[in-house]
Design a protein around this ligand. Structure first.
Ligand SMILES: NC(=O)c1ccc[n+]([C@@H]2O[C@H](COP(=O)([O-])OP(=O)(O)OC[C@H]3O[C@@H](n4cnc5c(N)ncnc54)[C@H](OP(=O)(O)O)[C@@H]3O)[C@@H](O)[C@H]2O)c1
Length: 344
């Protein structure tokens, strides 16, 4: 069995990662690649890493009609543009995994506050299923027409946070999430603050006082745990290409039990690796894989530091999107995805 797919936003960083993953997928095949300013060019001219038949393909415009054979569309466009593209795909009978933030929020007011624009297709928000696969119900993903793929920072924060909130062990008024991302997290479009000389030999915080992903972390932590928490989230950009490390400073009761809570939560989850207490994860240990590694260190009688690491382009974007698509189409969750990192 083969399932034909389209990737909209194929010339971006997450789109390119989708091409790489789907090219090696046992069931999904690439039939259509859409772009915007690079529409009409050969894929290999826009993406030097892609050769062969896919490299020779001409990029369509994201506005072009999709071939009838396409069943599944990945949309990896900037927010705002993605919503319209999703709407066209759904109207032509396709199922969609959207990597943008356009369908992550349930309510238009939160979307407008976080993204500063009116939602282009508010009527679709209620049917979108938030695809944090480790906590979302498989049955909902299997029936979904539209899956909203979580953001990269939210994935790294929510994976350790939700089981601890569910267990009722955290002081919910005092959760601090300090996150760092490689520069690919900001996408491929040229911006002064992302040029080599600005990022190299430099680390800086950005997006304060309330980064867009803080809204997503707060909303989804509450949705999946039924606990409302007060969260301080500070993102930083690192002088490296890919990878993300989030440090959660947590207080609460019996922190010596938290490692066991997290181990139980992820015992049957193939892409989350809970390390033994005291072992700490690193970006190099996950880059290139669809894994999120989590480590914990108990730093006081009522404090612990939890660190989670993932590849922002894979578990934080394209890999998680494929994981969601596998569950939507009744495939093995792990199909086409690697647990093994690139090393060295
Ligand atoms: N980068 C990450 O780590 C990451 C992680 C999770 C989620 N995301 C989300 O995933 C989406 C894609 O991110 P990215 O980093 O891959 O972005 P990117 O590298 O900037 O690529 C954007 C893609 O969208 C196309 N595009 C730009 N403007 C468009 C428009 N107005 N209409 C249609 N297509 C347009 C571009 O086509 P041309 O090249 O032809 O102009 C390109 O293919 C974003 O919503 C982002 O927030 C990114």
């Amino acid at each position: 069995m083969n399932i034909q797919t389209a990737i909209q936003g194929a010339t971006g960083y997450t789109g390119a990662e989708l091409i790489r993953l789907i090219d090696a997928h046992p069931v999904f095949q690439i039939m259509h690649l859409g772009a915007h300013s690079q529409a009409g060019r050969k894929v290999s001219d826009a993406l030097p890493g892609v050769s062969g038949t896919i490299g020779d393909t001409l990029l369509a415009s994201a506005d072009d009609p999709l071939p009838d054979e396409v069943e599944l569309v990945f949309t990896a466009l900037p927010h705002g543009a993605s919503a319209r593209c999703v709407q066209r795909a759904l109207n032509s009978g396709k199922r969609v995994v959207d990597l943008s933030a356009d369908f992550r929020h349930r309510d238009v007011a939160t979307y407008k506050t976080a993204y500063g624009v009116d939602h282009p297709c508010p009527e679709l928000l209620s049917e979108a299923i938030y695809g944090i696969t480790e906590f979302q119900k498989d049955t909902l993903l299997a029936e979904a027409r539209l899956v909203a793929n979580p953001g990269c920072y939210p994935t790294s924060a929510l994976l350790p946070l939700i089981p601890l909130l569910r267990a009722g062990v955290l002081d919910t008024g005092n959760i601090i999430i300090d996150s760092k991302s490689g520069a690919s997290g900001a996408g491929r479009s040229a911006r002064t603050e992302l040029i080599f000389c600005e990022v190299n030999e430099n680390v800086r915080a950005y997006g304060l006082p309330k980064h867009r992903h803080a809204w997503e972390i707060e909303e989804k932590a509450c949705f999946f745990s039924d606990v409302r928490a007060c969260i301080q989230f500070v993102p930083h950009i690192l002088p490296m290409t890919r990878g993300m490390l989030s440090t959660l400073h947590l207080s609460g009761k019996q922190p010596e039990t938290w490692c066991g809570i997290l181990m139980n939560a992820f015992a049957d989850k193939p892409f989350v690796c809970m390390l033994a207490e005291g072992q700490l994860p690193s970006i190099a240990g996950v880059a290139g894989s669809n894994r999120c590694d989590i480590g914990i260190s108990v730093t006081g009688p009522d404090h612990a530091v939890v660190i989670s690491c993932l590849d922002n382009l894979i578990k934080g974007a394209a890999g998680q999107a494929v994981q969601n698509a596998n569950l939507m189409f009744g495939l093995n969750e792990q199909a086409g995805l690697s647990r093994i990192a690139l090393w060295p």
